[in-house]
Design a protein around this ligand. Sequence first.
Ligand code: ZN
Ligand code: ZN
Length: 242
Amino acid sequence: MKYLKKVISSLIDLLMPGRCYMCGQIIEGKSALCPECYGKITFLSDQCCPICGKPYIFPSEKDLICQNCLREKPKLKRLRAVFSYDAYSRELILPFKHTDRTDMAPFFSQLMIQIGQELIEHCDIIIPVPLHRRRLLKRKYNQATLLASKIASTCQKKMLPHTLLRTVNTKPQGHDNRLQRKNNVKNAFLVKKKNDVEGKKVLLIDDVYTTGATLNACAEALYAAGAKRVEGLTLARVCHFT
Ligand SMILES: [Zn+2]
Ligand SMILES: [Zn+2]
């Protein structure tokens, strides 16, 4: 039976070869990116600010807290991301976010599990950054929930998709600066069931961390509801914001 399954699966692979998620060219095996596209993505390492995960420019900065975190201590105790958000990774993420490419979730969540292993191990519950219900109706799915649910099931953690609510339908934050983003999401989140988070270590999941305004606003709401510790794990992270 096992053998038969293997044969069928390799036959399917042969008939429906995989395509690179970025450039669309046919690739062998089960990989999601062709070697050229893989090479274009800037994967992040642990050479980063111990709080917000901003990559160091010089190796001598090791263990130093970055200027942003020194200026204003983030609510989020720690953030880690898989890769830098730039023109290339944007191309990779946009179809997942906007054009129903939900089939990309297993690949993305696998990458997040690798970089975020320690954060996942230490958390009690996983919570995705919510969309406002009106936006959810329009988009049909929340990409953060897809990632969170895959991570939770693989790592046998509890995922709570309805605990944190987005009560204000904030406008898209495309060109806003740091302060505008912060004001935009201020008080936009609410914890529906305080019991779910009281005394718990929470891991927030999102697709992209830009200035951290959204994740920090979520963390603030979770702390107000009694969470013990809030950390974040995202697929991508904007690294050039000062
Ligand atoms: Zn490619
Ligand atoms: Zn920092």
